[in-house]
Structure formats: C-alpha cells, structure tokens
Ligand binder design. Sequence first.
Ligand SMILES: O=C(O)CCC(=O)C(=O)O
Length: 292
Amino acid sequence: MTRLDDALTCYMPKILTEEQIRQYERDGYLSPIPVLSPEEVQRFRAAYLELEAAMGGRPKATDLTLTHMHFPWSWEFIHHEKVLDAVEDILGPNIICWASSIFPKQPRDPGFISFHQDGTYWGLNSMDVTTAWVALTESTPENGCMRVVPGSHKQPVHPHKETWADDNLLSRGQEIQVDVNEEDVVDIVLRPGEMSLHHVNIIHGSNPNHSDGKRIGFAPRYIRPDVAQVQIHDPQPAVLVRGRDDFGHYHVIESPPRDVPFAVAVEEHLVAARQHLEELTATKAASGRVSG
Ligand SMILES: O=C(O)CCC(=O)C(=O)O
C-alpha cells in the first residue's frame, strides 16, 4: 500500500474521483476540472478587464500578483468553493492561499513563458503546493495555453538560468537548464471556467498567443499551513482559505480587502506589486513570491 492508498482509505474526496487524485499524484497535474459557471466567468473576466484597463490596457503578469489583497472579486475568487474542494482533495482540509497571479496574453501577444519549475524559486520547504490555473477565456495551443511535462514533478529541482528575455512573462525570465523534449509536452486545453491543478515542481511553460483573442488565466497558489517559506524572517501575509493553521508560519489575513475607491485600490495594488518585485530583484532571494 502506498501513502496515497493509505490516505484514500479514510478520506472521502469532495469533488475529484480517486482516479483523478491518483492521476495528479502520478502526472503532477490534473485537467480539465469545471469550476466556474458561465455567469461567474463573465463576472470575474469583466472585473479583471476593468483592472486591466485601469492599468493601461497591457499590464505585465508581474504587476498582477496578489490582487486578492486589494480587490474583493479576487478575494472571492481565491475562496471559490469548487476550486477549494478540488484543492482540498489534493492538499487536505487546511489550506492557505500563499499567492496569486494573473497571466494575461493579449491578441497576437509575443509574450511566452519559458519552461520552468516553480519550486526552484518560491523558497518553500515542501512540495505540498498546488496551483489552480483557472481559465477566464479559452486556453488553446493557438492562444498560448499552458504546457506541462507529465511526471516531471518527480524529477529533482533542475538548475535555472535568469534570461531576463524581453518577451518572457516571468519576473526574471527563469528558464530550466535541461532539454525539454517536445514529444513529452502536453497542452492543457481549457474552456472558460475550467481549471487545471499543477504541482509546484512540474516543468511547465507556454507559447505566444497567435490568435486574435485574449487568453487570461487566474492562478491562485495554495499550500498546507505546515509549508514554510525559508530565508524569510518575518511572517509574510497569506490567507487561510479553509480549515485551521496550527503552525503560524504566516501572518494570516482574515478580512477581505478594505472598501476603498477603485482608483485607490489600483494604485495601492500597483505599489505593492512593484515593491514586492523590487525587493525580490534586489535581494535575488530564492524565496520570491512573484509567481510563474
Ligand atoms: O499562464 C501561463 O502560461 C503559465 C503560468 C505559470 O507559469 C504558472 O501558473 O505557474
């Protein structure tokens, strides 16, 4: 009996099947999982597009981290019941949202994401970390959907190079220093409202958008409360979205974002996101929370 068999004998999954949980364990990702209704997709997409417009129309992914700290719709998103039910089936009943990112690609956007493993530079001391990548538009090979190497989460953490390439949407253009065989890569095709879950150590990336439409994904990062961030002395803010935190590794935020005029929230968000990126770049800390 494996550890997973053991766990499944006393656990009744909330939304995933046992087969899906085993699949995630084996492949390091699971897709597609329907989570948002068409109305929710429309509402969240409209909220994001309002933010996008207020940020000049083409915000970079690095300016879109931690929106849940500033916008009620994003706070609601990271607490979405169906998303959390699936995450609970993977991580267990106690869940912290440690970060969130939004990855927009504009029509014909040359922006791409080089192959990388998130686990290399988030500075977390455990691999019990999963990203819920929720599609707010279609996500297809043509518009630059996410691509993964199934099973690669079981590989060691590989060296990465910071390329700082212009069109690379990652904070420092991090790129894995192993050859990725195209034949091993799987496209994660999603319809609006579907999500994939991916393990923090899986090799993943995405290509430019060759279509005439936008591609938008919202990606909350979830951990178990026992997962700590190394090399950080003061507890970092994080949101307990389900269950209990018996470990105290984070400064747990319990209240939704303050009710301030939209323009103020945008300004505060941008300052916070940029400050965060600056700190990260200045220290080159391996513990960055700038996602992707
Ligand atoms: O949105 C993408 O294309 C890639 C996202 C990503 O790298 C991530 O969620 O970790």
